[in-house]
Design a protein around this ligand. Structure first.
Ligand SMILES: [Zn+2]
Length: 199
């Protein structure tokens, strides 16, 4: 039976690497996959890029208003014997698009592996991740460590090298005057930097 998988973690927990490895494993057995991601992520444009240096283009991008099931059907028509659909940056999907993923799994019988960040820089769930946590058959945490050595839970935002705890949920525009970066942190280190604030 096909399942909806959500593999989540803090930033830099190797999600894109795990996704590309999963795609490779299918293809090594002669099976075909489709790769997609929301187009809000401007960093890699239409690429899924592992920090280890491996990258490959997605088969399609998902716009905010897209009917994901219809979009998937369009692309599936080109791929005989499709084994699964892999989604990167799944936190940026809209909740109705995650609903579509469940329909692709249940009604179309295609497994979907979605990879994404659980929470934003204010420790709040991204809308796509919240819906995936609600709907996925299988949840798997991908782990990375904080600077102190504990498991990282949160993603602290830095602007121009200083921690900030106010701002828009999505700030990945590298053209901004002050460069936005993130640090994966454990709860203890996050609370120390935020002065006790969680949002
Ligand atoms: Zn820490």
């Amino acid at each position: 039976m096909a399942k909806l998988y959500f593999r989540y973690g803090a930033m830099n927990s190797g999600k894109s690497t795990a996704l590309l490895q999963a795609a490779y494993n299918y293809e090594e057995r002669g099976q075909h996959v489709l790769l997609a991601k929301p187009e809000i992520d401007t960093k890699g444009a239409d690429q899924i890029a592992s920090r280890l240096g491996v990258s490959r283009p997605v088969d399609f991008l998902i716009a905010a208003g897209d009917d994901l099931r219809a979009l998937f059907a369009e692309h599936r028509a080109r791929v005989p014997n499709l084994a699964c659909l892999l989604i990167d940056e799944a936190q940026f999907l809209q909740p109705h698009q995650v609903d579509d993923l469940l329909r692709i799994v249940v009604d179309d019988g295609i497994p979907v592996l979605a990879y994404g960040i659980r929470t934003d820089f204010q420790t709040r769930a991204f809308p796509g991740s919240a819906r995936l946590l609600e709907l996925a058959h299988s949840l798997e945490e991908l782990k990375t460590i904080c600077r102190c050595g504990r498991k990282a839970l949160f993603n602290a935002r830095l602007v121009g090298g200083r921690f900030v705890f106010d701002g828009d949920q999505v700030a990945i525009d590298e053209l901004a005057a002050d460069k936005v970066t993130y640090e994966s942190m454990c709860a203890e280190c996050y609370l120390r930097e935020s002065g006790g604030r969680l949002a």
